[in-house]
Design a protein around this ligand. Structure first.
Ligand code: FAD
Length: 446
């Protein structure tokens, strides 16, 4: 029998962030990770400003900045395309992170496994950090359903089956979560009418800006990574993947060449369909993140549509937040499991809102009609033009704060851009940023 204070199932980006935060506060933590080698499938690589703030608190921001590429602006283009695919016109809409008043007014691209390595290496230095790999969480062997207390779990570690005991268990095992099942959580799922193809390929050294191109029938996104690579995504209809594979690799590379001719010699370096990954977007939510002495974080609790680049960030922010709470509980001898609910009170509302924002961003590109594109162009132009609408959108997706949408926004949407008071905007935009007491209320209330 092995005993820990906190056991985390899953050493993805969420589980590792939580483990680092706990080990830094001298909490004895075990991470159980199933996969021996770094994952080969593509996962989230875009860091939002709030995640960077958490890394700063944990003392790893410098390493993250060194290994990532800054994207202060996302450049979006709405393109008019005729039947033959000839582009006749395009409308440019920049989305500015650099208008935000925060320590990191930018998104950043970092290879997913590199980010995990940075967090892991920092955690590894700490004596309270324990990592079993490859190890698989099997089931809880001792639990009191009535008191909702999970006491013992069975873990297959190498050839051995080991019972582990802990004060608290955290499920950070991604979309297919066993902890979620053990907690009997009903999953509310949304499926989408589109899929994505995604791959990373080389880029010119000076191709360092993120760009998204949409016409009435296509959508592609290009997000440069460090080391002269670019991660790309293409939206397709379900079933199209098989047709494209039959017709040849050019069906994938052509749209990139069409929208971004300077990448022709780079995108054509993709050698086979094996490199390209099919990604089926899904959104799921649950009612409770906490039950008794157990909690779930990251994709286990909420999978979001990838359009707004939020999945990985929600996992990091959950990990940082729950880590701070558990550290506080140990430091202040407040170990009653009811205190775990404080995590849910902070994070569920935020994750639900981001999940909704990601959902609406996805709907914006869900149908391939010309009139639908006109509607989207109108909306994007309005969002770009009005300082408050633009700021609200960027602040809300950044995770740094939340500025609620109001009926006034409808007037702003249809009215002139000059319709706002600069002084009031400054005051409100500051108030909308999460304070330390919003993020970590337990530090303030006993
Ligand atoms: C194909 C794909 C593409 C994506 N693209 C994007 C994107 O472009 N932008 C974005 O923001 N997000 C994207 N995401 C989402 C993002 O990667 C996730 O939101 C993020 O990785 C969630 O982190 P996590 O730590 O919660 O879960 P995960 O990263 O899934 O980590 C869970 C870990 O738990 C381990 N595990 C699972 N079960 C067990 C068990 N029983 N015992 C032990 N270990 C276990 C797994 O091996 C894994 O390492 C993508 C996800 C996928 C699957």
């Amino acid at each position: 029998m092995e005993k820990f204070q906190v056991v985390i199932i899953g050493g993805g980006v969420g589980g590792l962030t939580l483990a680092l935060r706990l080990a830094q506060s001298n909490v004895k933590v075990l991470v159980i990770e199933r996969d021996k080698n770094p994952g080969k499938i593509y996962k989230g690589e875009l860091l939002q400003p709030k995640s960077l703030l958490h890394f700063q608190e944990m003392g790893i921001a410098d390493n993250v900045l060194k290994e990532s590429l800054a994207l202060p602006t996302i450049h979006t283009y709405e393109v008019k395309e005729d039947k033959n695919g000839t582009i006749s016109d395009s409308m440019y809409i920049p989305l500015h992170y650099d208008r935000l008043e925060t320590a990191f007014p930018e998104a950043r691209m970092i290879p997913h496994e590199k980010l995990k390595e940075i967090i892991f290496k920092e955690a590894e230095k700490l004596e309270n950090f324990h990592y079993w790999n490859p190890a698989v969480f099997k089931k809880f062997t001792k639990m009191d359903q009535k008191k909702k207390k999970f006491s013992k779990a069975s873990v297959k570690y190498g050839e051995k089956e080991i019972d582990v005991e802990a004060d608290f268990f955290v499920g950070a095992e991604g979309r297919a979560s066993l902890m979620r099942k053990a907690m009997n959580q009903h999953l509310v799922t949304t499926q989408y009418n589109h899929h994505f193809l995604t791959v990373t390929f080389p880029r010119p050294a000076n191709y360092t800006e993120a760009r998204m191109y949409a016409s009435h029938k296509s959508f592609i996104g290009l997000f440069p990574l460090p080391n002269n690579e670019v991660r790309c995504v293409m939206l397709i209809k379900p079933g199209e993947y098989n047709r494209m594979k039959k017709e040849g690799l050019h069906t994938f590379t052509d749209p990139f060449i069409q929208f971004e001719p300077e990448l022709k010699d780079y995108v054509t370096q993709i050698a086979s369909w094996k490199q390209i990954q099919l990604m089926i977007p899904i959104r799921h939510n649950i009612h409770e993140y906490v039950q008794g002495n157990a909690a779930i974080i990251g994709d286990a609790a909420h999978a979001v549509h990838p359009m707004a680049g939020e999945g990985m960030n929600l996992a990091i922010q959950d990990g940082a937040n729950l880590g701070d709470l558990l550290a506080w509980m140990y430091e202040n001898n407040q170990l009653h499991p009811k205190n775990l609910k404080k995590f849910e009170r902070v994070r569920k509302k935020r994750s639900d809102r981001i999940s909704m924002l990601s959902h609406f961003s996805a709907l914006g590109y869900a149908w391939s009609f010309r009139w639908y594109q006109f509607g989207r162009m109108f909306a994007l132009k309005r969002f770009e033009r009005h300082p408050i609408l633009h700021y609200k959108h960027m602040l809300n997706i950044s995770g740094v704060g939340w500025w609620t949408y109001t009926p006034m926004d409808v007037l702003r949407f249809f009215g002139p851009a000059s319709m706002y008071l600069k002084r009031r905007f400054k005051k409100r935009s500051k108030e909308a940023i999460f304070s330390e007491s919003d993020d970590y209320p337990w530090r303030y209330k006993k």
